[in-house]
Design a protein around this ligand. Structure first.
Ligand SMILES: *Cc1c(COP(=O)(O)O)cnc(C)c1O
Length: 381
């Protein structure tokens, strides 16, 4: 029996894991899942090839079936050419574009919809820059639970078409994801649909954390020196950092493996985390007029700003932003040199990595993993 508690990430408030929880009622900050006990041995891994291989470390109770579409188990691809060109020892791309609906949002939604379904919610709602809506539409359909999605009009057309195809009700909104979020919350309050907005429920982080566990397993239970992660709402960054702490606590990591430096990559047109990191701040001020074609990074005021920044500081990490043209060039470069059809967010990770290596912030003997968080297909008209 997996048992867990929900702990506020900012104050002493806790709730039992059986609650249908949103954010901490005392301070409004996100909850984190704390497990009662961890399996002592890696033999607890299941013999299945999706993220539920790690069910022993996930919020799933005995006898429950996860809502799954084969998410996770994505390739970790080494590129000698990019390593040589950038000037680092080794470089891999973790290609999350191969997930259901073409992004790593599938991992978070698989975990969140599994819990929401177990709690018997009447419906699910999410504001999205695109990929979260597509993923929720897919997992809602798989679970047989109605879905409503609020997305900015500027969302890539291919992603909007996917949301409709998977049977969700799609509302397009003038403005950015913050505007979509306000409408989604109003709808949730009115109709009782459960809001699975980034960090407004505790389980998407748990799904995203499997990226970190999987990476460790693929590298033989050790971790790279540096992880460069395109950061929007920050669930992946927060989830992976949580995963590494749990792996270490369980003793599952190779004894010689140290924890990686975590690096946030953002776009010049929306870089609240990069600005806060440069100012050594522990909160990020919202970015005015966010603009970038890397739509997953267009998150002006992430609710998880404290947790993202904490991961960067605790890991002695870094943060950097890239211009729109640098993102375009780097995205095309990934495609040409590796065969990975990357989303612009993945291109942003490469552009920021290259700049940090050139600046001496990432060492020339470093082993680096870049996250390509989505596939390129949905971004083409
Ligand atoms: C949502 C999204 C991001 C940002 O993800 P967070 O983990 O919330 O920071 C990055 N890339 C793509 C393709 C996305 O869909």
């Amino acid at each position: 029996m997996t048992d867990w508690t929900l702990e506020c990430s900012a104050c002493p408030h806790t709730e039992p894991g059986t609650a249908l929880a949103t954010v901490c009622p005392a301070c409004g900050q996100p909850y984190l899942v704390r497990y009662a006990e961890f399996p002592a041995s890696r033999r607890a891994l299941l013999d299945r090839w999706d993220m539920w291989r790690y069910a022993a470390l996930l919020p799933l109770r005995d006898g429950e079936e996860p809502v799954s579409l084969g998410e996770g188990a994505t390739p970790l691809l080494e590129s000698r050419e990019l390593a040589r060109a950038l000037g680092v020892r080794r470089l891999w791309i973790k290609d999350e574009g191969l997930n259901p609906t073409g992004s790593f949002k599938a991992r978070g939604m698989s975990a969140a919809v599994t819990r929401a379904k177990a709690m018997g919610v009447p419906g699910l709602v999410v504001p999205t820059a695109g990929n979260a809506g597509a993923a929720l539409a897919a997992y809602g359909a798989a679970a047989g639970v109605p879905v409503r999605v609020y997305a900015p009009e500027s969302t890539p057309r291919g992603i909007l078409a996917t949301i409709r195809t998977l049977g969700a009700e799609l509302i397009t909104v003038a403005g950015h994801i913050g505007d979509a979020g306000a409408q989604a919350r109003a709808f949730a309050a009115e109709r009782g649909f459960f809001d699975v907005s980034t960090l407004r429920e505790p389980y998407r982080i748990e799904g995203k954390k499997t990226m970190g566990i999987e990476l460790a397993e693929q590298l033989g239970w050790r971790l790279p020196d540096v992880i460069v992660y395109p950061t929007g709402g920050g669930t992946g960054m927060i989830g992976m950092w949580k995963a590494f702490a749990e792996l270490r606590e369980m003793g599952w990591l190779d004894a010689r493996s140290s924890l990686p430096r975590m690096v946030s990559a953002q776009a010049d047109g929306c870089a609240p985390i990069v600005r806060a990191f440069a100012q050594h701040a522990d909160r990020a001020r919202p970015w005015e007029n966010p603009t970038t074609h890397a739509s997953g990074l267009r998150v002006p005021g992430p609710l998880g700003d404290r947790l993202i920044l904490r991961a960067l500081y605790e890991s002695n990490g870094a943060a950097g932003a890239a211009s729109e043209s640098a993102i375009r060039h780097a995205t095309a470069r990934i495609g040409r040199t590796t065969g990975v059809d990357a989303a612009p967010e993945g291109g942003c990770a490469l552009a920021v990595c290259e700049a940090l290596v050139a600046a001496g912030n990432i060492a020339s003997d470093a082993e680096v993993v870049l996250f390509n968080t989505g596939g390129g297909v949905g971004y083409r008209d």
